[in-house]
Design a protein around this ligand. Structure first.
Ligand SMILES: C[S@@+](CC[C@H](N)C(=O)[O-])C[C@H]1O[C@@H](n2cnc3c(N)ncnc32)[C@H](O)[C@@H]1O
Length: 309
């Protein structure tokens, strides 16, 4: 594992104390995250995402299977999705929570015979996605909420999600909508964060760090993977593939955690920085500070799931 990453549970309390020095983090534990909080989070995190995370506009974790962070890893999920697409049968694809368009723009350029659509609720993201894709004929981005898809039944051959449905207020409704607008035999491809099955029996500080991470990312709570899978089966989906990819996002998390550690180790500078650049900088740093602990100790897991209607 990346030697820069800190995941030793003995150090978790030290980091939680450092966080409390600069931010009333305990107050966010009971916060009920709603639609407006999510939009506000992305609107006010744009500088951090652009200049620290990905200048090219990825708003998801890079997947680096060889253990070393590399920006090419932002394309790994997409190259895997391309391998699932048979161009002679997959004609219409929908991306849920398309962000700044990074994913669908890449896919639409690679697969010009397939029509791509992307929806999102953050206007700032949609504006960027639309500007970057204005010359791409087989792609359109529109405002849309994945709880209520504005498409007729059986419209898509494949629907995918990269780290967006974790924001759902009602996961069952999202699964039901995806099932409705997929064609029979269509696939739902998910790369997202979940709580692991044994979440409730973990040590208190780890559970607290996990909830803090979720709220800091404007997520009410990650679904438990087994509970979410049960919901998908009840909806009528069949499982084609499921893999825990947490190790592959560790290099990206390690890089971000290193920056966050510096941020919390200098509370004086942090306070000055906060005055200049308020936004969601501190919650962002909290999330990437703590997530290596929550992933390593199996409170959270990053999963790729492929479901079939
Ligand atoms: C972590 S970003 C991922 C963006 C993009 N999938 C990517 O990989 O770059 C999550 C996105 O989901 C969007 N989102 C959150 N809740 C949504 C909802 N109910 N319906 C549609 N989009 C939503 C956010 O606005 C944000 O753009």
């Amino acid at each position: 594992m990346n030697k820069e990453i800190v995941v030793n549970l003995n150090e978790l309390d030290t980091y939680l104390r450092k966080i409390y020095q600069v931010f009333p983090a305990l107050e966010i534990l009971d916060k009920n995250i709603k639609h407006d909080n999510i939009v506000s989070y992305y609107r006010h995190s744009s500088i951090i995402y652009k200049y620290i995370h990905s200048y090219r506009g990825a708003v998801h974790m890079a997947l680096n299977y060889n253990g070393t962070f590399d920006k090419e890893g932002f394309y790994t999920q997409l190259n895997e999705i391309i391998r699932l697409i048979n161009v002679s049968t997959v004609k219409n694809v929908l991306e849920l929570g398309a962000g700044k368009g990074f994913n669908s723009i890449y896919l639409a350029n690679k697969l010009p015979e397939t029509q791509f659509s992307g929806i999102d609720i953050t206007d700032e993201h949609l504006k960027i996605a639309n500007r970057k894709s204005r010359h791409i004929k087989n792609l359109n981005f529109t405002y849309g909420d994945f709880h209520q898809l504005n498409y007729a039944a059986a419209s898509f051959d494949l629907i995918f999600d990269l780290e967006a449905i974790c924001h759902a207020q009602d996961s069952r409704k999202v699964l039901s909508e995806v099932f409705r607008v997929l064609k029979k035999g269509g696939q739902f491809v998910v790369y997202d964060g979940f709580r692991e099955k044994d979440f409730d029996s973990l040590p208190d500080n780890l559970v607290q760090a996990s909830i803090m991470t979720e709220k800091a990312l404007a997520v009410n709570h990650f679904e438990k993977i087994d509970v979410w899978m049960d919901m998908a089966y009840q909806e009528g989906f069949k499982l084609k593939f499921k893999k825990n990819l947490s190790n592959a996002i560790m290099p990206n998390l390690g890089r971000l955690q290193l920056l966050a550690r510096k941020y919390f180790e200098m509370p004086f500078l942090t306070n000055i920085f906060l005055k200049i650049c308020p936004g969601y900088t501190t919650p962002n740093c909290i999330a990437v500070m703590l997530m290596p602990f929550t992933m390593h100790h199996k409170a959270h897991g990053y999963y790729n799931v492929v479901l079939e209607k």
